[in-house]
Design a protein around this ligand. Structure first.
Ligand SMILES: Nc1ncnc2c1ncn2[C@@H]1O[C@H](COP(=O)(O)OP(=O)(O)OP(=O)(O)O)[C@@H](O)[C@H]1O
Ligand SMILES: [Mg+2]
Length: 249
């Protein structure tokens, strides 16, 4: 379980530096798909970067399975990052490497080499996302939806405990979005991997999330089950995201 406790992140110095995150506390429960939603600039990507420690929080803690990870460095930090895989909006594949080499990349990063066993596992994962026949293709020869499925296979390569998806479907059309969401849902069901879906789309949240946390201007303003919040949104931010406020009001 990931417990985000009183997380604050400021860019700049001094007490009045703008806060990208302001005292945010969210629990991401094991085995669930949790949505973190907010408008542009709400602090979603900052939160993701703090969770996997690409950025150091200004204050607050990230507790993973009871351990505060915010102070980790060196080998411990690398080991922690392998437990937490990332999927981004722009796929993040290496253009000059084949699909198979991209999925194998985490093995090389972890051990400095790629074994036959690694290759076999990578092909299994490509099969899981329906792209085994594209193993020798290059990312530029794939559609956006296919590239994102490769990114999911790559994220799964090191058997992560957590997958953080930052706007993973924002660049995709509705059909590709559904394909990617179904894969994430199936992977969650089959492997029990915990997933955090960061998005500005309530549609995405409704389709695959159990719980949702709503961010606005760096603050957590609402949190609960998806059913609850869809039935009875409490805050203006949640209503706007749900389209329950007149667009020109
Ligand atoms: N490196 C940085 N330096 C200064 N300010 C930053 C930096 N990164 C983010 N911010 C600010 O922090 C706030 C939150 O940004 P963040 O990227 O986390 O938003 P977001 O919710 O991911 O938005 P989007 O939906 O557009 O991706 C914004 O006001 C942004 O300008
Ligand atoms: Mg963002």
């Amino acid at each position: 379980m990931i417990e985000i406790k009183h997380l604050t992140k400021t860019y700049g110095v001094g007490d009045d530096a703008p806060r990208a995150l302001d005292d945010v506390s969210i629990d991401i429960a094991d085995g669930d798909i949790t949505g973190i939603i907010g408008m542009s600039g709400a602090g979603k990507s900052t939160l993701v970067r703090c969770i996997n420690l690409l950025e150091q929080p200004t204050s607050g803690q990230i507790i993973v399975d009871g351990q505060d990870v915010t102070g980790l460095s060196g080998a411990e930090l690398r080991q922690y990052r392998r437990r937490v895989a990332m999927i981004f909006q722009n796929f993040g594949l290496l253009a000059q490497k084949t699909v198979l080499a991209n999925v194998c990349f985490p093995y090389r990063a972890a051990t400095g080499k790629i074994t036959d066993e690694n290759r076999a596992r990578a092909l299994e994962l490509l099969d899981l996302v329906g792209l085994k026949e594209k193993a020798s293709s290059y990312p530029s020869q794939l559609s956006g939806g296919q590239q994102q499925r490769v990114a999911i296979a790559r994220a799964l390569a090191c058997d992560p405990e957590y997958i953080l998806c930052d706007e993973a479907t924002s660049a995709l059309d509705p059909a590709s979005t559904n394909t990617v969401l179904k894969i994430l849902r199936d992977v969650n069901r089959e492997t029990g991997v915990t997933i955090a879906v960061i998005t500005h789309s309530m549609d995405v949240v409704e389709k695959i999330c159990k719980n949702v946390a709503v961010l606005e201007h760096g603050r957590l303003v609402e949190q609960g089950s998806v059913a609850e919040i869809f039935a009875n949104p409490q805050t203006h931010a949640a209503k706007v995201l749900l389209g329950r406020v007149d667009w020109d009001a």
